[in-house]
Design a protein around this ligand. Structure first.
Ligand code: APR
Length: 309
């Protein structure tokens, strides 16, 4: 049943809008991969809160304690490789195949699960890079699709309880170590971390976009080009608090091109929906697990997903 005042929660009403939509965009966040067992950053079940993920995801943190930042990313690579894509990823893959020119997915996720679900590469825009790209901190070197686990023997992490992952303590110790070379630190000596094979001087680092860094220019250009081409009928805002910019700005870019908004999120209007919180009466809100909701709401176009849970 649709409520008198929006957003609409009725699946059959959404199906009608979906079927009449010519150009569709999706903006995805960590919630898409939650059913695969990967933690989100904020909102219900944000597993990194205790680890202060946002304070580790900066170039400054890497400069201060590259060993600690690498351990954090090594753990995330390990977890992402253990995880399997879920039905939400596969549903988006199918929609992409059905609409090769008229559906693009912008993802903030760096976990590689959409790629492993077979999402056509040219329809997947990695706004925040990938855990599996390795860059040099100093020069332009970038290596794509490195799935070594661990990336380096010193970076092997078997559990979240690994004492080397306690950020505050270790960062403090690391700071003390810089001031006094006799102070011991439990994080890794930067000299022992992998260095760039090209420039030799720079440390290698994960190819993700850290706070304060620019998003990949080519990717942003491709997205703008797609957006500018024509009007947009629908934007699916999936599993994201839509609070991190410029990614969150794509919601209003889509609505300014005529799009209706459909939010798919574990949280409802009383949660944090950021740039997608001002839903209008003819927008949609589907509260729950994206891995259950996406196959259901996209069914008129993608049909039944076979053998995926
Ligand atoms: N299905 C749908 N939504 C879910 C599910 C689920 N199973 N589980 C959690 N969610 C929702 C949460 O309610 C929350 O709104 O997913 C959202 C996750 O939000 P964030 O943790 O803020 O993740 P995201 O929006 O991707 O963060 C953006 O922040 O730290 C940076 O670079 C990082 O790309 C990341 C960016």
């Amino acid at each position: 049943m649709a409520s008198i005042h929006g957003p609409i929660t009725d699946v059959s009403e959404f199906h009608e809008v979906l079927k009449s939509s010519k150009r569709i965009m999706a903006l995805c966040g960590a919630g898409l991969s939650a059913a695969s067992g990967l933690g989100t950053f904020r909102g219900a079940g944000g597993m990194w809160r205790n680890h202060q993920a946002t304070s580790l995801a900066t170039p400054e943190a890497f400069e201060q304690d590259p060993g600690l930042v690498w351990l954090f990313y090594s753990y995330r690579r390990h977890k992402a490789l253990q995880a399997k894509p879920n039905a939400g990823h596969y549903a988006l893959t199918e929609l992409s195949k059905e609409m090769p020119d008229d559906f693009i997915t912008l993802t903030q996720n760096v976990d590689g699960l959409s790629q492993r679900a077979g999402h056509p590469r040219e329809q997947l825009k990695l706004l925040h890079g990938s855990l599996f790209d390795i860059k040099c901190f100093d020069c332009d070197r970038i290596e794509l699709n490195n799935y070594d686990d661990p990336f380096h023997p010193l970076l092997a992490i078997d559990s979240e309880e690994d004492s080397r992952l306690a950020p505050a303590e270790n960062t403090e110790q690391a700071r003390a170590a810089y001031e006094d070379p006799n102070v011991d630190t439990t994080t890794i000596n930067p000299d022992d971390l992998p260095h760039c094979p090209d420039c030799k001087a720079g440390l290698l680092r994960p190819g993700v976009v850290w706070f304060g860094e620019d998003l990949p220019e080519d990717t942003l250009d491709e997205v703008s080009e797609w957006i500018e081409k024509d009007k947009i009928d629908l934007i699916l805002v999936i599993g994201t608090t839509a609070t991190v910019w410029p990614a969150a700005g794509y919601v209003s870019e889509a609505t300014s091109k005529g799009a209706k908004v459909a939010v798919i999120n574990m949280d409802g209007l009383d949660g944090e929906l950021g740039a997608a919180s001002n839903l209008r009466d003819d927008d949609f809100l589907f509260q729950g697990d994206a891995s259950k909701i996406l196959p259901e709401i996209l069914k008129p176009i993608i049909g039944e997903l076979e053998g995926v849970h």
